[in-house]
Design a protein around this ligand. Structure first.
Ligand code: ZN
Ligand code: FE
Length: 256
């Protein structure tokens, strides 16, 4: 079994496009479909034919090219059952704990309500890959449009238990502003300070900050660290629940 291959590119103003290719079966999945032209250009660059779209949620910047890709490639659109009605061209609806085959690779569906009510992430345990879209970003998490903070906290915990070395491909390049915000919540975290410095340099050179890893996020992403004593002390929330601390961090980010 050969390793899966990835092609990463930017779409729209700050979305990431990702193509996932299985050299053994020849299958290629577009992770979401933010914008047609860059997806076609990426497929063309690699000589890949798109066979699947793995949709994470219904927002326009994730589904815009679904129908055009289907028309061009006849590809199968897979996406969340809980918002199936809002996913253009959906062929196969999936829900939490579903497992489907991508060539010889198993894809596990993890429902992560919060940003939207039906948002799903796609996890490939054999390749240690996670496609987290607008649930988990490098040093951030998605805005709470459709579910309360407690739901998002629970969703993020489902991702935090994945192996530390899991590579996380997220939906938007928000990393620099996320880093600046994270420092206001967790100012004494040396690992975060070092990472923020790296990110400043990477973005100054226009480099992508994707992917991250579960292990690095657990050490530095304040949205995964609501249980951390130093953060709780800093927020004067030492006796509050993790959900309450998380909700406070999310509220501060909304106003940052
Ligand atoms: Zn979104
Ligand atoms: Fe988005």
């Amino acid at each position: 079994m050969n390793a899966l291959e990835l092609e990463i590119f930017t779409c729209r103003s700050d979305n990431y496009g990702v193509l996932l290719h299985d050299p053994d079966s020849g299958l290629t999945a577009s992770i979401d479909a933010p914008e047609l032209e860059p997806i076609l250009a990426a497929a063309d660059r690699r000589g890949w034919t798109i066979s699947h779209v793995f949709t994470t949620h219904h927002h326009g910047d994730h589904v815009e090219a679904n129908l055009a890709l289907k028309e061009k490639f006849g590809c199968e659109v897979i996406g969340p059952l809980n918002e199936a009605i809002a996913i253009p061209g959906l062929d196969r609806a999936v829900m939490d704990d579903d497992i489907f085959e991508f060539g010889a690779h198993a894809v596990h569906v993890i429902e992560t309500p919060g940003h939207t009510a039906g948002h799903v992430c796609y996890h490939l345990p054999d390749s240690k890959l996670l496609f987290s879209a607008d649930t988990l970003f490098a040093l951030g998490c998605g805005r709470l449009f459709e579910r309360p903070a407690a739901d998002m906290w629970r969703s993020l915990q489902k991702l935090a238990v994945l192996p530390d070395e899991t590579a996380v491909y997220f939906g938007h390049e928000y990393t620099l502003s996320n880093a600046r915000f994270a420092l206001t919540i967790d100012p004494d975290n040396q690992r975060l300070k070092d990472r923020a410095k790296d990110i400043e340099a990477m973005r100054a050179e226009g480099r992508f900050t994707i992917p991250t890893t579960i292990g690095l996020e657990k050490e530095t992403n304040p949205f995964l660290r609501a249980a951390d004593p130093a953060i709780r002390r800093h927020l004067l929330m030492e006796t509050r629940t993790n959900e309450e601390v998380f909700a406070e961090i999310r509220k501060r980010k909304d106003n940052f």
